[in-house]
Design a protein around this ligand. Structure first.
Ligand code: MN
Ligand code: MN
Length: 380
């Protein structure tokens, strides 16, 4: 038998007991706050975690992709996310979809292109830490540069799926050849090699330098760039970490999705807060942390996260995030809203007549008066 002493056990003080039955110890170790919840946890809160590693991976010649949507994480109705890798030169083919697409480059670099409803075009290169945003319905493509690319896509609809986008090859394959010939003025021979089904992700040659790849459109470039160099954006500094907010105020094209890239030192806390607008969709990029979520009516639950996890916080639920690892924690907070907004518990208390909070929480008035009036965001 296994030595039960060395294993994490569902036991806190006099409560609980040992688990000697069937168990997945690796998962128990990754989720210590599910196995032994803090004493303050209570009641039933929906599941707020789904790892990309639990999602089915679609393998293609040229790369791979996997997604966490409302189907995987039922509470996640507002946003869905896709993790995609393209090998050097490989394409995510010309396509469009009903949802707007926000993206963060996790590794490597790629070229992205789009053409809007007036024929105005966009072509640019993005690297690790950069963002892009394609409005719904606007057709676009992605091609990996020399080292390949991995990126996170976020869509403003929990029911989005990568498997149901509108692809140019699929459209050609399911349109009568006579119609295609008439549409483009092509001869029958010019249609011979058309693909008979979607290509989706497929190999290609690394494209030439950006300048020589750019097509001059008679209607010009798109009026608002679809790229935002988040990697070059100066972060806001806090005691214990940094944040970079990207929303319609500094990335005008991104008019349905906002985000904050948060980095926290070991032990640091993302303050107790909530969001007055929307649900929060998270992607955990590096490190380890835990999040406690308050759902009103005495309900509270704590989840542990690590790189590759998707987290979710329903609208208005109070929450904090704590770096529980020994390396920096990096994650994205995302919202289906043109602006990033959060409400700080401490800022609220500090800007309310102090006797009110003193009477409510049985605190000395002087303690309440000493709460800083700003928004700490992150603290040690
Ligand atoms: Mn797309
Ligand atoms: Mn939050």
């Amino acid at each position: 038998m296994t030595n039960t002493e060395s294993l994490p056990q569902p036991k806190r003080g006099r409560k609980g007991g040992t688990d000697t039955g069937p168990r997945n110890v690796e998962l128990d170790r990754q989720n210590p706050d599910l196995l032994v919840p803090p004493e303050t946890d209570h009641g039933t809160v929906p599941n707020l975690k789904f790892s990309m590693s639990w999602a089915a991976t679609r393998l293609e010649e040229g790369g791979w992709t996997r997604e966490v949507t409302q189907r995987e994480l039922p509470v996640a109705t507002e946003l869905a996310g896709v993790d995609m890798k393209l090998n050097p030169g490989a394409y995510r083919e010309l396509h469009w979809h009903k949802q707007s697409e926000w993206a963060y480059v996790l590794e490597g670099s790629c070229r992205i292109g789009a053409v809007d409803q007036e024929g105005r075009n966009f072509l640019d290169d993005v690297q690790q830490g950069d963002l892009w945003f394609f409005p719904r319905g606007v057709p676009h493509h992605i091609q990996a540069l020399d080292d390949g690319v991995e990126f996170l896509l976020v869509f403003d609809d929990g029911m989005f799926s990568e498997n149901s986008t509108f692809m140019i090859s699929d459209y050609f394959a399911h349109t009568p050849r006579s119609v295609i010939a008439k549409n483009f003025g092509w001869s029958a021979e010019q249609l011979d090699a058309l693909p008979d089904k979607e290509k989706y992700i497929f190999p290609g040659q690394v494209p030439p330098p950006l300048d020589s790849d750019h097509v001059l459109s008679p209607t010009g470039d798109v009026p608002r760039t679809f790229k935002h160099s988040l990697h070059a954006q100066e972060p806001e500094h806090f005691d214990g970490g940094t944040a970079k907010v990207a929303d319609s105020r500094n990335f005008a094209a991104s008019d349905t999705i906002s985000a904050a890239l948060v980095e926290m030192e070991p032990g640091a806390l993302r303050e107790l807060h909530w969001h007055p607008t929307d649900d929060e969709w998270q992607y955990w990029i590096r490190g380890k942390g835990r999040m406690g979520v308050f759902a009103s009516s005495g309900l509270n639950r704590t989840f542990d996260y690590q790189a590759g996890d998707v987290g979710y916080v329903p609208f208005a639920y109070g929450h904090y995030i704590e770096n529980t690892g020994d390396e920096p924690l990096v994650f994205l907070e995302m919202f289906r809203n043109p602006r990033f907004e959060d409400i700080s518990l401490s800022q609220w208390m500090a800007n309310t007549p102090p006797q009110v909070a003193a009477d409510t929480l049985n605190l000395p008035r002087s303690t309440v008066e000493a709460i800083p009036k700003g928004k700490p965001r992150i603290m040690r």
